[in-house]
Structures are given as C-alpha cells and as structure tokens.
Design a protein around this ligand. Structure first.
Ligand code: RBF
Length: 334
C-alpha cells in the first residue's frame, strides 16, 4: 500500500512538473498591455514602438527557437475591462513581464499580484515604490505642463486658455492642470485657464464641441489631453483660428500654424531602455524613478520648422532661456 502511494506521489509530481513546463515556455515572453487605443494616443504609440524595437534588436542575434515572444494587447477605453484583462494575461503564466503605461495601473495591478505572486510588471507614466514585482518610471510632468503653459501664456492674446482633459485623475488634477496654469501665469499674470472634461478618451465630436464652446468665450490657446478626442479639438481650433499646445510627442505636423508647441516625453526611448534592461536581467524591482528635462526624458521641441514659423522670435528666445535654466539647475519647477 505504502509503495503504491509513493509511486502515485512520484507520478503526480512528474506530471505536475510536466504541466508547469508546458505552461511556461522556455524562452522569454513579453506582453505589452495598452490601457486604451494606440492610435491618437502618443503615449501608447511610443510605448509599443520602444518595446518592439528592443525585442527586435535582441532577436536579431538569436536563432528561431530562442527568439523572444512579444504580445501586444490593446485593451480599449473601457476601464472596467482593464483589471479582468490584466488578470487574464497573468493567468496564462506565460509572460515573464507585462509592460504598460498609465498612472492608474499600480493600484489596479497590486491586488491582482496577490493571486499571481511571480508576475512582474514594468509600468511607465506611473509611480509605485516598494513592491518587488513592480518597477515604475514616471516623467516630470511638472516641467512638461509648466513649459506648455508658459508658451501658451505668451501666445494668448485674450489671456484666456483652456485645458480639455478626457477625465479627471490625480496627475491631471494635481500636476498637469495646476502647472499648466502656473506656467501661463508666469508668462502673463492675467492668464486664466478654463478646465473642461470630455468624459472619455475617444470622442472627437465631443472634443470639437467643447473647443468650439471655449473659443466662443474668447479662449485662444487650448491644451488637449484626451486621446482620440484631441482630433476634434484640433479641427475646431483650425476653424476658429486659435492655437493648440501639444503634449507627449511632436504634434506640429498635425496642424501647421495652429499647433504652437510640443512638450514631449521620451516614452519610446524609455520603453526601449526598460525592455532592454529587463532582457539583461537588471531591472531594479521595487523602485520608482522620475525623469525629466535634466535626464533627457522631457523636452520642448525647438527645432521644428513649424515652431520657428508660427512662434515669434522673442517668445522662442524666452522659451529657450527657461529650458536652459532648468537644464542648468538654476530653475526648478516644483
Ligand atoms: N492618455 C492618452 O493619450 N490616451 C489614453 O487613452 C489615456 N487613457 C488614460 C486613462 C486613465 C485612467 C488615466 C489615469 C490616464 C490616461 N491617459 C491617456 C493619460 C496619460 O496617462 C497621461 O497623463 C497623458 O498622456 C499626459 O502625459
């Protein structure tokens, strides 16, 4: 009887080993979780591009059976589905790391990790310190927002600006909106900012409707942070002959003469870096990094021909001076 029990136990152990192996492929697998839609959201576009670039670079030197796997999941704008979709990715027990970008993710991921304690996450545009399964990198959006407000404040003739956001969230309410306003007031103390909400990250007609409404009230500079809805804001701005300040990537080509600035985050470079670091096994798990102008991950585009054409030289000189001061550590935006 004892022998039978022993054999059964050994047999079960071998079987479970086999299953464990079947679940986890021998080669490295990476998943990118896009909490939204890639098109029209520069932050997600750059995320995917950077991870892809690092994986492709690594795969060039590997034979077929060792090539890294990359899976990109575009989760869409229904935020109620993000948790279940992340859980499903974890439950596959296939991905060595899930890479994503969004400030709401640490709070979403932490409870899921209780059920999947071996899953690793690299989260950009987010902050979480002290969880050994998570590494985060966030951009200095104090700088990014202040620079955007600063040029907006100089360019506005009515001194009325607007920020059209898809929704409220802590970084929006505590950083982007107040520092956009601070920058605008630093350029011209008469500046005011009208803060409007679209209600989602995709509705371009709603974006245009809100932009039309603020333009009617005299607003002549708008910062849209609303994903696909930004397209509607730009269209309205062109029609109403007012200006748009762009965020995250270089947006000058979207509407030459209407877009007056691009305050960029180097998310492609960062997602490439963190992916490479993961492949090399040197991810600093449990740590949260913040990078800005000094580190070369936040910038203000100054060499685009449309910037030079649209923004008068005296204003460009002031922008260059502020940037140089931040870089030199003479000015700290906080
Ligand atoms: N930014 C986008 O460009 N597209 C999106 O679909 C998007 N969805 C978001 C959803 C949530 C719940 C939160 C908190 C932020 C989202 N962002 C999105 C904003 C993004 O994290 C960042 O703040 C802005 O891109 C400005 O850098």
């Amino acid at each position: 009887m004892k022998k039978i029990l022993l054999f059964t136990t050994i047999f079960a152990a071998i079987l479970s080993l086999g299953f464990a192996k079947a679940k986890k492929a021998p080669k490295t697998s990476i998943a990118v979780f896009v909490p939204g839609i890639i098109d029209d959201s520069p932050t997600y576009n750059m995320l995917v591009q950077g991870v892809k670039a690092a994986v492709e670079e690594k795969n060039q030197g590997l034979d077929k059976k060792n090539k890294l796997d990359l899976f990109v999941m575009e989760a869409g704008t229904n935020q109620a589905e993000w948790g279940p979709k992340i859980t499903a990715l974890c439950a596959e027990r296939k991905y060595d790391v899930i890479i994503s970008s969004n400030p709401s993710l640490p709070d979403l991921v932490e409870p899921i990790l209780k059920a999947f304690p071996n899953q690793k996450f690299i989260l950009l545009d987010a902050t979480k310190e002290g969880n050994k399964n998570i590494h985060t990198v966030c951009y200095n959006q104090y700088e990014q927002s202040y620079l955007t407000g600063y040029i907006g404040g100089f360019m506005s003739k009515s001194h009325k600006l607007a920020l059209i956001a898809a929704q409220e969230y802590p970084v929006m309410n505590n950083v982007i909106y107040p520092y956009f306003e601070k920058g605008a007031k630093a350029a011209n103390s008469a500046s005011t900012v009208d803060f409007r909400i679209v209600g989602n990250w995709y509705d371009a007609s709603k974006g245009a409707e809100i932009a039309d409404a603020v333009a009617k009230k005299g607003v002549d500079v708008i910062l849209p942070i609303c994903g696909g809805a930004s397209q509607g804001v730009i269209k309205s701005a062109v029609n109403n002959k007012i200006y748009v300040t762009w965020f995250d990537d270089n947006g000058f080509a979207k509407a030459p003469g209407t877009i007056i600035s691009s305050s960029v985050m180097e998310q492609k470079k960062m997602s490439y870096n963190v992916t490479k670091e993961f492949i090399e096994g040197s991810t600093p798990w449990g740590s949260a990094k913040m990078v800005g102008i000094k580190e070369g991950f936040v910038d203000f585009v100054q060499d685009d021909p449309n910037y030079i054409k649209t923004v008068p030289e005296d204003i460009r000189t002031k922008m260059a001076a502020l940037l140089a001061d931040i870089r030199a550590g003479k000015v700290e935006i906080k």
